[in-house]
Ligand binder design. Sequence first.
Ligand code: NAD
Length: 267
Amino acid sequence: MNRLDGKVAFLSGAARGIGGATARLMANAGAKVAIGDVLDERGRQTAKEIEAAGGQALYVSLDVTQEVSWAAAMDATLKKFGKLDVLVNNAGIFNGKGVEEATLDEWNRLVAVNLTGVVLGTRAALPHLKQSAAGSPHGSAIVNLASVAGLVGSQLDPLYSLTKGGVTLFTKSTALEFGRKGYRIRVNSIHPGVIDTDMGQQTFAMRARALGSNDTQATRDVSTRMHPIGRLGVAEDIAKGILFLASDDAGFMTGSALVVDGGYTAQ
Ligand code: NAD
């Protein structure tokens, strides 16, 4: 179950956090993984660790906001591994400011990484995913990282929420477009609750600052209480969901939104 033997996956923003955990899990499940990030040192280290554990990994420097950077990343992946079966659009940033506080530059940056990055990644990978889908019984797959903030409102960061809501509907719309065109590329989104990564920790600090305090333990506790399951998520919780969506076990899923949130949106 949930195997990726013989498949090649490209993951953006996978130097650390959810992407890093997913690259490790996918390599364990038999995939060759290409990791793209702006954090070169951390990304090279993650690829090295995967190789040391017996997997096959490549690190490529990638800024998801730049079309030329995507083209170079795809070239390097194809050169090393010969094909592409799975794209994980994972790179993302959080801002943590309200509508009145965020600057126009901050908003433009959120759009560039969280939205333009997903569109450019999809476009760059598309010819390769189409080609591999044509020769595979279950087609190829794209998994987009949205958020619970792409399903319900976020009092902390409405601009982030706007970008993740965009990812949710871009996922459904590309699933429909590629289906109509007969590409056999499944496109699904995943919606994490609060996950204890660098970004998660950034949200605790920002929530504290918004309340005029620097007690991040208190805001971590508030975040934990928002999850009926009684804990925050860890990167591996989300990696398992991404692996499932990328695998042939999800062969009848496209345009779906997989919620992995400890009950956050059930309330
Ligand atoms: P993270 O900050 O630990 O990792 C994000 C990665 O994206 C980093 O390695 C970063 O360098 C990379 N990145 C940022 N800008 C980039 C760019 N321009 N080009 C290439 N790479 C870039 O965060 P994470 O928690 O692992 O988040 C991964 C994804 O999951 C994001 O899309 C995030 O919005 C989403 N998400 C996270 C949470 C959470 O609570 N942590 C919740 C819901 C959704």
